[in-house]
Design a protein. Structure first.
Lengths: 302, 302
């Protein structure tokens, strides 16, 4: 599976019977990632069929309760249910201290390794990479330190053109060199690499931006992402409230998507005042057509 | 309403789609009390129609995650939704520190007063009383410091016998004195108080015992309670597991109820291995007939 995103919780501030608080599950090239972990996330994961013992990484955007309070119970349940596999948690300063303090006070000893990576950056910064994935954090504009994330496929090798293998009788050793960028020599003549190879497949990317007020700089950092999740806590009718609380309106989320030239915008983190998302959808779509209001349990596959 | 108990969560250790983790709502003579507050309690309260802003007291039995992790989110939601009324939290040492530490790190300032009462006792101890209610804590036998609670109506005034008012032409001032225990004098003769009054109505009491292994001493402390909630994490088939984890079997819960001569036993805190409670019900009822296995949302009115 190259890319599957599951919306685990799509509400703001307070969990309701309609929406859990923020959490998303991302399977990106078999890297199993949880983004944010509001209260009740472990139960929502069960509800939507995500096996939490298989999670490898957790990314926490900021330390407001509706984005991280579920992590204590999730870790406790992982432990109780016999986890031994290492887990890596990325989050702002304070998260590790809080988790370790709680385990200490409640006399919990984990049977699996927990690694913390504290995020602290003032611009877009690479915080993780492996063979297939790069993950960047970048600052958002909220009331407290808060980070957005960009999950991106790593540049792949160019694919060799099979017709050219035949035409030039390219050997196995040469194929390997060509895939890695070398040109080919035949009869004293150089055949350049881009005549022998095809461009690599499109590199998928997903940007996660919550919580934040409209912050144009972020558009540059996520330019051209295939999918952007951006918070839309309010509609333009509550613009004052959005400003005061450092949140975005649906129109602002759409403006950011447009500016960033993303392909598809998901909006969520809706205030509990909205029992229907029709108004938010209309408001955002007027600015950026390809907008979806998410619901808990929604899946997006790229 | 003299007494209403709502089971908010009845499962052990890990919340499942069938059962939340431990929490109960008790309205006892209009005192609105939450007992334990596992993760997800705020949402379960919504689900079962309990208005959490009206809670006045929270009692936390012990600091295992499935009994208290929901308190952070509950307090945050109370604050976000505009609470100004004072809240009093009773719990073991460490709870206050953990809550204050978390608010400090996440820069939350509460707009309502939070009072902490740390419980620490080695025998049955009065921890709260007002005009109508007495609440006792007593130690249980678990892996960590853990308390049971006894909620009890306060001894009431005796009721004056209306026939006697007429017979002796008792004045208003005399009625007040008689209700408070005085005898009456008529023609130089003393009419004793118990000839003028009727015994007060039965004093309701509710005992909450979780988590604990079978602990006979507790039976003395809750003697004759109208209602006892006792944990029954396991059946006798998992007796070894119960011993190792300091939990009770259904038969042990029933034995405690029998020993304590309570009227009605509720069992809960069932391990997630039980998809049906039939076995636990049969096991307990064989020892103590008036046993009910609770489900989330169950209400008990006395």
């Amino acid at each position: 599976m190259p890319f599957k995103l599951v919306i685990i919780g799509s509400g703001a501030a307070v969990p309701t019977l309609q929406r859990g608080v923020t959490s998303q599950y991302l399977n990106f090239n078999e890297r199993r990632i949880l983004i944010d972990c509001g209260e009740g996330t472990q139960l929502q994961l069960r509800k939507y069929g995500v096996r939490f013992q298989r999670l490898q990484y957790i990314f926490i955007s900021h330390l407001h309760g509706d984005h991280f309070l579920g992590i204590f119970g999730l870790l406790a349940s992982m432990n109780l249910l016999g986890r031994t596999q290492k887990l890596i948690i990325f989050g702002p300063d304070g998260l590790e201290k809080m988790i370790r303090f709680q385990f200490e006070l409640t006399k919990v000893t984990l049977d699996f390794e927990l690694e913390f990576q504290t995020i602290h950056c003032k611009t877009k910064t690479l915080i993780f990479e492996d063979r297939v994935l790069e993950i960047f954090a970048f600052p958002l504009k909220h009331r407290i330190e808060c980070y957005g994330f960009l999950f991106k496929e790593k540049p792949k090798e160019r694919n060799i053109d099979k017709d050219q293998i035949e035409k030039y009788a390219i050997s196995l050793a040469e194929i390997w060199a060509v895939k890695n960028g070398s040109d080919l020599e035949r009869d004293g003549k150089i055949i350049p690499n881009d005549q022998l190879t095809l461009p690599p497949a499109h590199l998928l990317s997903y940007a996660f931006c919550t919580d934040t007020r409209y912050y144009e700089k972020a558009a540059g950092w996520i330019k051209g992402a295939d999918l952007l999740y951006h918070e839309a806590t309010f509609s333009e009718k509550q613009l004052d409230r959005a400003k005061a609380t450092h949140h975005s309106t649906a129109a602002q989320a759409a403006a950011l998507a447009k500016k960033a030239e993303v392909r598809h915008l998901l909006i969520g983190h809706f205030s509990a005042r909205f029992t229907s998302t029709a108004e938010l959808k209309a408001e955002a779509s007027a600015v950026f057509e390809n907008t979806t209001c998410v619901e808990d349990g929604d899946e997006f596959v790229l």
